[in-house]
Every structure is written in C-alpha cells, then in structure tokens.
Design a protein around this ligand. Structure first.
Ligand code: PLP
Length: 402
C-alpha cells in the first residue's frame, strides 16, 4: 500500500486529538527504529521514555512470548505468578515500606494517588491539592486538572475543584497556597513535558519539611523519571527523601502498558475492598515484561545510565553550538535549551537526518533514549544532532534571528 493511502485511512479513522504524524513506524532493533519505507532512525525518544530496553530486546521478547503462551490475562479477581515475582522485587527495592496499586498508564497511576489521598484524608473539607505551573500529570479529568497548564484545561471545563498551582522551585509560592484545606502536594522532580526543569535540592528539602509540619501528603510523579531513567530506580533517591506516594509508568514494562502507584503502608491501607480497581492492572503479560526491566536495573546498569547520561550531555555541550543555550538533565533525560524558538524545525531536521527527538514549547529539545544506549550510539547521535543544528543555524545566520 502507498504510504499516502495508509495515512489517509489513518486520519479518516482516528480522532484528530494528535498533531500531524509524519512517520509510520514498522520495526525496531536496539536503539533504532525503521519506518514503513525502510528508513532507519536512531530513536532518542523511545516512544516518550517508554522503550526502556530498546526495541525487540531478546529478554523482553522471550518473557512476553513465554508468558503469552501460558496466560495473558486474569483480572484482579485472582492473583497471578508474574505479579508475585514482580511485587516481591519492587517491594524489596523500597525496603518493604510501600504497597502498590497496579494499573495501565501514568494518568491512571496519578488518578489512583488522588483517590487514595481523598480516602486517606477522609474529610471532604480537606480536598485541596497543590501542584505546579508547567507540570504534566496526565489527561483524565482529575490528572489534567492537576496538570498546571491552562491550555489543556480550557476546552474541558468544568474541572474537578480544589487544585492550586504553585511556582516550581519557589517555596514561598507553595506556602502562600497552603491552608486548612490542603491535603497533598503533587510534584515532578524533573518537569519533563515542561521542558526538563529540575527541582533544586534545597526546594525539595523545604517542601518535605513543609509537608510534614502541615500533615500534607507528598506525592511524587515519577511516571517519566522513575524506572532507572535518572540512573537511580527512582529520581527521589537523588534527593535523599521518601515520598508518601510515588507513581511510575512509562518505561516500567518496556513498552507493555503498565502504571504503578506506591503508597506508604499506613496510607495504602486506607483503601478498602471495592474502593479502587483496574481490570487490566497487574496482568501477567505486563508483569512478565516489567520483571525484565527491574532485573536489568541492577546497581551496575543504573550507574551506566548515569555515566552515559553525563557523557551524552558533555558531548552536546562540547559542540558549543551557537543555537544551544543550556544542556541539562539527570541520567538519560536530557533537555537542550535553545537560544531561539526553532525546536520544531530542529526536530523535523533531525528526523530527516535519521534521528528521533522531541521539541518542547519550540525551545527545548528533549532526549529520552532507551536506557540501554551506549557510547557508540551516543556518538552517532551527537553527529546527527550537530548536522541538524548546523542546517537550521545556516538558515538563520545573517538573518535578524540571531
Ligand atoms: C507521560 C506522563 C504522564 C501521563 O502518562 P500516560 O501514560 O500518558 O497517562 C503523567 N506524568 C508524567 C510526569 C508523565 O511524563
């Protein structure tokens, strides 16, 4: 079938809630994907920080294949064996201090955190949740309301009440919003969709103190930063803190849908049978895939992620490219802030040159490659980045833009 015809079928049949999609991807291997025309791309986006083990990873494929032949689905009316193995491993990672709720996406994990907060607080008067401007927590009605970006709210009003938005990294702005109604603060330690903005250690420490002084729950959204992305299993480990509730999703099951909410045991136990559920949550197939990811993320490989991230950042910094203002991130989440609004053009140029990246707000290029990326592929990627930056720079040079 002609690609143009395939695209017509797709646009005619799928809700137009996404922007234009130029590529139809067909296969992948390691850190690369191939489109329907057979063109190869180095994948520095990994399906938005999801394909943590790269593409067609042998261990992941074998685990999924073996489990598919045994049992794909059970519902939560029954336990299953991969869920047992995974839960044991994850609980151990967290010193057996938390209990989990399995679901299927980041939004669902955050929605669970919001519902659990309501149940634990047990007081309809105490329904306030503080989140941050420019944050991203998902697209369900409650999580999109938690998301501090009015453009995602406006078409969907009325929204669930009692979400308040503080300035990221400003403890004063959080203090101003706290009152007797406040039940929780929800935060990403690195605002990912917001442009790879990192919470300062001082701010997070003050936030923890504020929460404990005011009996407010601290919910950390690690949907994107969790599961090894920053070189620790959870990003909060870099801060030496322990949240009351933490959510993960994206990379946890190597591309099979899975979200998990972890809550400290005394908080988790506020849920009683019937309070919350998910038909697919914690299914055997997703748990079998997640087990390969959790096993991969041993001390050694986590350290490699951190080191490769530093190497990657340094390589980009070393380009000293006139379009680049700043390179930031922890581990394998990297944001390249641009001196001018040309992110979308750069993303497109990278794509032409065989590299998948992601432009945020037209001013930051976000890189979230598979966690298995190595120095060789980082080197190749930086070459293509340089070429693409040069292409765009040449276009502007001499003009009034720079
Ligand atoms: C992607 C993301 C979500 C939403 O996850 P979905 O699986 O798309 O529902 C929530 N929070 C953060 C920080 C994310 O990056």
């Amino acid at each position: 079938m002609k690609i143009s015809k395939a695209k017509k079928i797709l646009t005619d049949s799928i809700c137009p809630s996404y922007g234009e999609r130029r590529l139809i991807l067909q296969s992948g291997k390691g850190c690369c994907v191939f489109d329907a025309a057979g063109k190869k791309y180095i994948d520095l986006l990994s399906g938005i920080a999801v394909s943590s083990m790269g593409h067609s990873n042998k261990k992941v494929c074998e685990a999924i294949n073996a489990q598919a032949q045994k049992l794909i689905h059970t519902s939560n009316l029954y336990y299953n064996i991969p869920q047992l193995t995974l839960s044991e491993k994850l609980s151990k990672n967290l010193n057996h201090e938390y209990k989990m709720f399995y679901c299927n996406s980041g939004a669902e994990a955050n929605e669970s955190a919001i519902k659990l907060t309501r149940k634990f607080t047990g007081n309809p008067e105490k329904s306030g949740i503080i989140t941050f401007k420019n944050s991203f927590h998902g697209r369900t009605l409650a999580t999109v309301t938690a998301t501090g970006q009015p453009k995602y709210h406006n078409p969907f009003k009325p929204l669930p009440p009692d979400f308040y938005y503080a300035e990221f990294n400003s403890i004063e702005s959080v203090k101003k919003l706290i009152n007797r109604k406040t039940s929780a603060i929800m935060i990403e330690l690195i605002q990912c969709e917001g442009g790879v903005n990192i919470a300062s250690k001082k701010f997070v420490k003050e936030l923890v103190k504020l929460c404990s002084e005011n009996k407010i729950l601290l919910i950390i959204d690690e949907v994107q930063t969790g599961t090894g992305r920053t070189g620790k299993f959870f990003c909060f480990e870099h801060y030496g803190i322990k949240p009351d509730i933490v959510t993960i999703a994206k990379g946890i099951a190597a591309g099979v849908p899975m979200g998990i909410m972890f809550a400290k045991k005394n908080i988790a136990d506020a849920f009683a049978p019937g309070d919350h559920a998910s038909t697919f949550g914690g299914g055997p197939l997703a748990c079998a895939a997640a087990k390969t990811v959790v096993e991969h993320l041993n001390k050694n490989n986590l350290l490699k992620i951190l080191q490769n991230g530093e190497y990657f950042k340094k390589k980009i910094e070393d380009l000293k490219h006139p379009l680049v203002k700043e390179v930031r991130g922890i581990g394998l989440i990297i944001g390249i802030e641009l001196k001018q609004e040309c992110g979308n053009e750069i993303q497109l140029k990278c794509e032409e040159n065989g590299l998948l990246t992601n432009s945020i707000h037209n001013t930051v290029i976000r890189l979230v490659p598979p966690l298995i990326i190595d120095k060789k592929i980082i080197g190749e990627s930086v070459k293509i980045l340089k070429k693409s930056f040069d292409n765009i720079y040449l276009k502007y040079k001499g003009g009034e833009h720079l």
